[in-house]
Design a protein around this ligand. Structure first.
Ligand code: ADP
Length: 497
């Protein structure tokens, strides 16, 4: 018992009910500054006035089972400085003398300081949500933990698996043990996890902790990131790991908000773009239609009997073409909203693709009769599969009409080839071609490599082609040389669609 009292890290007193000290162990000497000889036989010296009354009242209540056995209390040391303690008391039955209490006093100063720092950190992290710029959020995040919780704080992001990149940092430079021997660390530098560890944390979502010191901890951040805290002075504990996880949870929310805001803005911009293009594209054929109708009516009124069949034919042809153009554009715009809403439903059925290509080619040859473009078809007999016929017709129509439209009147080749598992379609023209810098964007919405003045169009056709082909489990690509011509290639699996 003697030994226990001596080595106990917790301050222990034995007190009479009136607070007279009967036992005062070395930990109590260290905590309060009074030596055992100073206090034995005297009233406990660490409280006066109201605090002393509180203490006595609690002793009495606890002895009668009316109060919990623990109490948090502010006492003072011999030098007058305050000390927060948690006081645990237990009545000690005594057969001889007066009743006594065993009191254990746990120093709460450290814990309080920790809690206050934790709270300060969490309060400050509220500011994470104030920015809708992801970079600003990360900058804020790394600065939060330094210097109170870390000498170095960094955020990594992994766009390529296995290759985390540092995207924000604060505090002193931290070195990975893989790149620098601990002994060779420059003054003030701390260690940190190697790339493989950061990568594993990102991949598994499980945090990692190197106790040290020097010490580091690494916690996942959003879906593809990690936060690393390093310190050379102390060992991180599970409490700090939990704190770091709370921080990254808050940062992830802020990053998510920023992403949603960004997406919403993009959607708005896309809508404005659609409206601008659609109103322009819808308006010009309408103006043409109105003029045409006005001129036909004027001709009729001026000399109905003299109105030549020929004139009427030409007028109606033009009206027909403009109406078709309108309908096509409206279909494309409807497709945009369907695809955007994820409602591009496919209805697969058995399709002979060679027959479908022939059908589309005949239709387009009629439509483009004036351009002089000649279509050459290379069609196998076994290009059968399960696909959505109408959507496939749309893909072929878009690619072949582009080849004619941008083909400068040169011949267009459509070649189909088939294996057991897939079909491949090449639509080749010898037209204006596409500059290499435009190629990667052409399958995006509203992207065009030509000016409105030279060629009408809204830049939706190839986007729709890609969406349809990918929904069918296939792939579309383009290769081109400016001034020489372009080839668009679609590869489709036979079983899906
Ligand atoms: P649109 O033809 O209505 O502009 P598309 O999405 O079909 O829209 O095509 C996007 C752009 O790709 C076109 O504006 C044009 O610049 C380019 N393009 C498409 N097909 C060809 C082709 N066969 N040859 C040259 N450029 C092409």
């Amino acid at each position: 018992m003697e030994a226990l009292l001596r080595v106990s890290p917790v301050a222990i007193h034995l007190l009479d009910l009136d607070g007279t000290v009967r036992l005062w162990n070395p930990a109590a000497e260290r905590l309060f500054g009074w030596r055992q000889d100073d206090v034995l036989g005297h009233r406990a010296p660490w409280a006066t006035g109201a605090r002393w009354e509180t203490f006595l009242h609690h002793q009495e209540q606890a002895a009668r089972g009316l109060a919990p056995s623990s109490l948090e209390l502010e006492l003072h040391r011999r030098d007058g400085t305050p000390v927060q303690v948690e006081l645990w008391t237990a009545p000690m039955p005594s057969s001889t003398g007066p009743a006594q209490h065993l009191a254990l006093l746990v120093d709460l100063t450290e814990r309080r300081r920790d809690e206050a720092a934790r709270q300060r950190l969490l309060d400050a992290s509220d500011g994470l949500a104030s920015s809708l710029d992801p970079d600003a959020t990360l900058e804020h995040l790394v600065r939060l933990a330094v210097p109170a919780h870390a000498e170095s704080c960094r955020v990594f992001r992994e766009d390529v698996p296995g290759q985390p990149r540092r995207v924000a940092s604060a505090g002193v430079e931290a070195r990975s043990p893989a790149t620098t021997e601990a002994a060779a660390l420059p003054d003030g530098a701390t260690v940190s996890p190697d790339e493989a560890t950061v990568s594993r944390v990102i991949a598994t979502g499980e945090p990692a902790l190197h106790a040290g010191p020097p010490s580091w901890l690494c916690v996942p951040l959003a879906r593809t990131g990690a936060l690393v805290l390093s310190t050379s002075e102390r060992a991180y504990t599970l409490r700090e790991l939990a704190l770091a996880r709370e921080l990254t949870r808050r940062a992830s929310l802020a990053l998510d908000n920023a992403r949603l805001y960004h997406e919403a803005r993009q959607a708005l911009r896309a809508r404005d773009e659609v409206l601008a293009i659609a109103s322009h594209e819808l308006k010009s054929p309408i103006s043409a239609l109105r003029l045409q109708v006005q001129s036909l009516r004027a001709a009729l009124e001026r000399a109905p009997e003299a109105l030549l069949r020929e004139r009427l034919h030409r007028g109606l042809d033009l009206v027909g073409r403009q109406v078709k153009r309108q309908a096509k554009l409206i279909d494309a715009l409807l497709d945009v909203s369907r695809i955007h809403a994820g409602r591009l439903a496919l209805t697969p059925e058995p399709v002979d693709l060679s027959a479908l290509v022939r059908e589309v080619a005949e239709r387009l040859e009629l439509e483009f009769a004036g351009t002089g473009a000649h279509l050459t078809l290379t069609l196998p007999t076994d290009a059968h599969g399960h696909w959505d016929r109408l959507r496939l017709d749309q893909v072929l129509t878009n690619l072949v009409s582009n080849a004619v439209k941008y083909g400068r009147g040169n011949p267009v080749e459509v070649a189909l080839s088939s294996t057991d598992a897939q079909v491949r379609l090449d639509v080749r023209d010898a037209g204006i071609g596409i500059a290499p810098e435009h190629l990667p964007r052409l399958f995006h919405r509203f992207e065009r490599a030509v000016s409105d003045r030279d060629y009408g169009g809204v830049g939706l056709g190839l986007w729709i082609v890609r969406e349809v082909v990918e929904a069918m489990g296939g792939h579309v690509s383009a290769s081109s040389s400016p001034g020489v011509g372009s080839t668009f290639t679609v590869v489709l699996p036979k079983t899906r669609g």
